[in-house]
Design a protein around this ligand. Structure first.
Ligand code: FES
Ligand code: FES
Length: 183
């Protein structure tokens, strides 16, 4: 909990500002234990991207509306820009990097590939994680279930049709996506 000080320079003047006390946070990310000292205000998405280097989780807005930052927290999808890193203490986090196993795409990723479920790909990690959570909750969803379940995830390329097709295909090919597969 060391208090730190930092010198910030703005133009020609320099100002000393007090940094918030760091807090220790421990969690499991993609099966690996992680422990770091972080600023209390650090968002989980920035912890994942900047501290752990897991840049598959994207930031697409600053209004908690796009879902590009979606990860699984204890198996449930959350927008990681709405959670502080310290709030993820003792949880099990899965990011898009945690889905593929031994070089094999996760069934949802494979369904995206086969159904052309991505264009620029920016929304894709968040979509895949949201679908992983959705299929865990509803293993045999209707198209309507999927569209409603993905309401919090935006695709700026507007490729929703094929995203929904991919989700349906993933559900059909793997009625249960099973534990340990991130979904
Ligand atoms: S970056 Fe989290 S919802 Fe947009
Ligand atoms: S594929 Fe481009 S944002 Fe969805």
């Amino acid at each position: 909990m060391a208090e730190r000080h930092r010198l910030q320079r703005t133009g020609k003047s320099s100002v000393t500002v007090k940094k918030e006390s760091a807090l220790r946070v421990e969690m499991t990310v993609n099966g690996q234990r992680q422990a770091h000292e972080v600023e209390p205000r650090l968002l989980l998405v920035h912890y994942l991207r900047e501290t752990l280097g897991l840049t598959g989780t994207n930031v697409g807005c600053d209004t908690t509306s796009c879902g590009a930052c979606t990860v699984l927290l204890d198996g449930e999808s959350v927008k990681s820009c709405t959670v502080l890193a310290v709030q993820a203490e003792a949880t099990d986090v899965t990011t898009i990097e945690g889905l593929a196993q031994n070089g094999d795409l996760h069934p949802i990723q494979e369904a995206f590939r086969q159904n052309h479920g991505l264009q620029c790909g920016y929304c894709t990690p968040g979509m895949v994680m949201a679908i992983a959570s959705l299929l865990k909750e509803i293993p045999d969803p209707t198209e309507r279930d999927i569209r409603e379940g993905l309401e919090g995830n935006l695709c700026r390329c507007t490729g929703y049709h094929n995203i929904v097709r991919a989700a349906l295909a993933a559900a059909r090919s793997h009625g249960s996506l099973g534990e340990g597969s991130g979904g």
